[in-house]
Design a protein around this ligand. Structure first.
Ligand code: AVI
Length: 338
């Protein structure tokens, strides 16, 4: 689907690129604060340096990690229903970058969408991703925003055409990324996304579901050790960027299903006492002590609908994959958030 009007080597242009100047993350102070907690913890947002992003892509290809493949299959299966719900001329907004096969699957399913707006905290990343998309969807208005999606956004003020502003907004948040937030923060994020919607607009969101603990624990601790490497990569990043000397060989990756909190919890566990330094500060980790790395919450239809309702969103339609239970939700604004 290449635009014949483009000459070789010419970059397809975006309708707009805006830098909303998201607050800069402070890697040093966040890591030092996390290592100083009684339960040591590292913020998962720091997983994604270049190597971390490569490892995450590799995770999505592991046979045990059903999440990505299942969601994509479901998205393809429900394409005609999504097209009917969205109608013609929809505007798709994606918090997170716009390069993946999922956004293309959605755009291909919809009936002549008017515009796409990708957003990401990394301006370079979202710009490149949206330019790639623009090359393949020349008929679509495509804008890129350097923006932290947990922050407010005035969608009415985006420099889209009148025609695009008139279309139904579909905020697309796939991947069960919502599950990586603490529930209170997930609620806050849903409220933020809800605030982008007018009556008749929708949030299309993917959420992973509760299932057998063996399936979950295997998905988050694959046999090839890619998820373990993904976690240990953050230790390597700390050593490299913060002049650390944490001995990664003294840490073992562990993932377990916590049924009481309905989430997979991921840790690095010390196999012996270790003293280490990060950014000039000294720390000790005792044998069997853990560093909490990430949570991945799993929902039922009801638990997710209850959470969405608290954010002022009601379910118009939900689909569950027939392979591994994974759900997509079409949520619409309903009253005010509580
Ligand atoms: C990004 N997120 C939805 C992944 C998940 O399934 O919770 C992160 C992940 N961590 C380890 N494996 C996958």
């Amino acid at each position: 689907m290449t635009d014949p009007s483009l000459k070789t080597g010419q970059t397809p242009s975006l309708s707009f690129y805006e830098d909303m100047h998201p607050p800069a993350a402070d890697f040093r102070s966040d890591i030092l604060a996390g290592l100083s907690k009684p339960q040591k913890a590292l913020p998962p947002k720091y997983y994604y340096d270049e190597e971390g992003s490569r490892l995450f892509d590799a995770i999505t290809e592991q046979p045990e990690y059903y999440v990505t493949g299942t969601e994509l299959e479901l998205l393809r299966a429900i394409g005609p229903e999504l097209a009917a719900l969205a109608g013609e001329g929809a505007v798709v907004l994606e918090p997170g970058a716009g390069s993946s096969v999922k956004i293309r699957t959605l755009l291909d399913a919809l009936e002549r969408p008017a515009a796409f707006v990708g957003m990401d905290i990394s301006g370079d990343h979202v710009r490149a991703a949206c330019e790639e998309l623009a090359a393949d969807y020349p008929e679509l208005e495509i804008g890129a925003l350097c923006h932290d999606f947990t922050q407010k956004l005035d969608v009415d003020a985006l420099p889209l055409s009148e025609n695009a502003h008139a279309g139904r907004r579909v905020v697309f948040f796939p991947g069960s990324t919502i599950g990586n937030f603490e529930l209170i923060d997930a609620l806050g994020l849903l409220k933020t996304l809800r605030s982008w919607l007018r009556e008749g607009d929708a949030l299309l969101i993917g959420t992973d579901m509760r299932k057998a603990s063996e399936t979950l624990e295997a998905a988050y601790d694959d046999k090839a050790g890619v998820t373990a490497a993904f976690n240990l990569n953050l230790i390597a990043r700390i050593n490299r960027e913060l002049d650390g000397d944490i001995d990664a060989d003294g840490l073992q990756y562990r993932a377990f299903w916590n049924p009481y909190r309905s989430r997979v919890e991921m840790y690095l566990m010390a196999v012996r006492d270790m003293h280490f330094t990060v950014a000039g500060e000294r720390f000790v980790i005792r044998k069997h002590e853990t560093i909490h790395m990430e949570n991945s919450h799993k929902f039922t239809l009801d638990t997710f609908h209850d959470l969405a309702a608290k954010a002022g969103l009601k379910s118009r339609k939900a689909w569950v994959s027939g392979r591994e239970p994974f759900s997509m939700h079409w949520l619409e604004p309903a009253g005010e958030a509580c």
